[in-house]
Design a protein. Structure first.
Length: 622
């Protein structure tokens, strides 16, 4: 198939599935965690929805591997202990499986072989403790005065990342009150607790000798303040959560922290049928994605992200901004620009709203990546339409205000990057607790500023960002991507960003990146990188290519090379394949949290191949 025909086919398909309001509705598929949480929560609260639970049970059971475990990605050879515990518990909670069933016995053997419940991630243990299936550690106490501290004080809650903050507040309430709730459905998992002393990470000698000792001593001082200050902390936690409910009833538009908030409110004395808990439950159900083959509780729908990326990719592939498909999509994006102040204002108090968020129901949590891609999408209409021009300028002001002092951009806000927090001995602390500058966000911000904003390397903000990126290049020439898998993703974002603001292709750092990228191309012309890369912090190849990762690589090469090279041609041929294997098509190429949360964006195999093919056509006048 020639490239023009391939583009026409992709454009026609996207046009046929665009929704009347201009958006596109693709599944944002994460791990089974959210599906499991729905089953355990519905059973714990004795909610009636047997048809829904049955569908989720079937989905969870189908994903179990022959040797008993569940895994997070295809090449995860030894499975995932946390995914297996969550799935095993949900199936027992459902009442449709018993411990004596063959598949459950296999899962049980796997869990015990991996060390039992005590080896699980602390987020898994947290949920088990809520159900009385795992003992709350006696030492575990989060000082509530943290919520009372002014924002300029150390240890205040706004030093945590946006994502950690909204989960930790309800967790603090539940953990401090040692809250548990059971029902007739709650299974006894005591047989999954292997004998032996349970590791207490806060008391281990290695931590007592490390820099974390200073942090823990400060936290102990907070814990010793008067009782009424702790009680005030609970009131602030309650108000903090209630003030951040979205119009659809969810907390911050995330299913995970909405579940946590339900239990926190119960711990604070709310009734199960109280209006706010009813709203939360309804909001959680509104996050479901249904089609002929999929039922999944999305942690947060990706509607704004997908629509912005698709409308931009379509325009790069030759669809005019005045055509109905683009006009509807960009008008939808205009409606979704956020007008409310969010937590980002704490570190940027003099900045007006103007960013975009990830999901259709998100009104107060903008992020840098969604903002830059929405601005790409509306740029052509902003050239001649006053409402779009105004939206563009507000977005630009907000984006520039979010640049960190080190020169890079983080995901949600500036200044939530106190590196000492990474010393807290919690699983994934280095990945989730703070929102520090990342190469992919910084590179993509530069790409938008240079290509669509006319910024060059002489602009002060750009100059600082370039310096940060060059200082944070990996020794092998790649860059690490925080939100995509992984080094291919980061390298694509940075190289296209640096080229857009005028860094020459001959620059040694870019040449080193090219050498690295070309060495990773597979014989079939594509690229494939494992989710394991972000776990071991080095490139791990897949045994197959994926369309999205191949598109990122090709897009990178197109901004670096003038001549049409054979390695680009081979990659383009891979992107024009008519049929992909399920492994290639469904492999998760998005990251939420290494080792815990990987995402298969159902939109990505449409978006990024279209973008790369469009850029290829532009460059070589096909």
């Amino acid at each position: 198939m020639e490239i023009n025909a391939a583009l026409r086919k992709k454009i026609s398909e996207l046009q046929s599935i665009q929704r009347p309001n201009g958006s596109w509705d693709f599944c944002f598929e994460g791990p089974l965690m959210t599906d499991c949480l729905l089953i355990t929560t519905w059973r714990t609260l004795n909610l009636k929805d047997e048809a829904l639970i049955q569908k989720l049970v079937v989905r969870i059971a189908e994903k179990q591997q022959p040797n008993g475990y569940w895994k997070l990605y295809d090449d995860q050879e030894e499975g995932s202990l946390d995914a297996t515990i969550q799935a095993y518990n949900a199936l027992l909670f459902s009442g449709q499986y018993k411990q004596s069933d063959e598949r459950m016995k296999k899962a049980e053997a796997y869990i015990l072989a991996k060390g039992g419940l005590k080896r699980a991630h602390f987020m898994t243990k947290f949920m088990l403790a809520l159900y009385g299936q795992y003992r709350w550690p006696l030492f575990l106490y989060f000082p509530m005065p943290m919520l009372v501290l002014p924002t300029y004080a150390p240890f205040n809650v706004y030093e945590f990342s946006n994502y950690a903050r909204i989960h930790f507040v309800p967790m603090m309430v539940c953990a401090n009150k040692k809250f548990t709730i059971t029902s007739k459905w709650t299974p006894d998992l005591s047989y999954l607790n292997k004998k032996g002393r349970e590791m207490d990470r806060f008391q281990e000698t290695e931590y007592a000798r490390s820099p974390i000792r200073t942090v823990l001593q400060s936290l102990k001082q907070l814990a010793s303040v008067p009782y009424h200050i702790h009680q005030q902390g609970y009131q602030i936690a309650e108000r903090f959560m209630l003030e951040r409910l979205e119009p659809n009833g969810t907390l911050y538009s995330y299913a995970s922290c909405s579940f946590y908030m339900i239990y926190a409110l119960l711990a604070l004395g709310y009734e199960k049928k109280s209006p706010v808990i009813t709203r939360l439950l309804s909001g959680i159900k509104s996050l479901f994605y249904y089609d002929k083959t999929t039922i999944h509780l999305q942690n947060s729908p990706s509607t704004v992200w997908d629509t912005a990326l698709l409308s931009y990719a379509l325009q790069e592939a030759g669809v005019l901004a005045e055509e109905p498909m683009i006009k509807k999509a960009t008008t939808y994006l205009l409606w979704k620009q956020q007008k409310e102040y969010g937590d980002w204002k704490v570190h940027s108090p003099n900045t007006a709203p103007g960013g975009w968020g990830f999901s259709d129901v998100n009104t107060r949590v903008p992020d840098v990546d969604d903002t830059t891609v929405a601005m790409r999408a509306i740029h052509r209409r902003a050239l001649y339409s006053p409402p779009f021009r105004d939206a563009w300028q507000k977005g630009m002001n907000w984006l520039l205000a979010m640049q960190n002092d080190d020169g890079g951009w983080a995901s949600f806000e500036k200044g939530a990057n106190s590196k000492w927090l990474k010393l807290i001995p919690l699983d994934n602390a280095e990945d989730a607790i703070i929102d520090e500058s990342s190469a992919d966000l910084t590179g993509r911000a530069l790409e938008m500023l240079g290509k669509h904003g006319g910024f060059t390397s002489k602009h002060p903000s750009v100059k600082r960002a370039i310096t940060w990126l060059l200082q944070n290049q990996e020794k092998d020439g790649s860059w690490y991507g925080r939100w995509g898998v992984c080094y291919v993703y980061g390298t694509w974002a940075v190289v296209t960003g640096l080229r857009a603001v005028g860094v020459p292709a001959t620059h040694p750092s870019l040449q080193k990146a090219m050498t690295w990228l070309l060495a990773k191309q597979r014989d079939n012309g594509g690229w494939g990188e494992s989710c394991r890369s972000c776990e071991v912090k080095r490139f791990v190849p897949l045994a197959f290519s994926t369309p999205s990762q191949t598109a990122w690589a090709i897009d990178t090469l197109l901004v670096m090379e003038q001549e049409k090279e054979e390695h680009v041609t081979k990659g383009i041929r891979y992107l024009m394949k008519e049929n992909y294997s399920s492994k290639e098509w469904e492999y998760p190429t998005g990251i939420g949290l290494p080792r815990q949360f990987y995402t298969y964006y159902h939109s990505y195999n449409y978006i990024f191949p279209l973008l790369a093919l469009g850029h290829y056509q532009q460059k070589y006048n096909m």
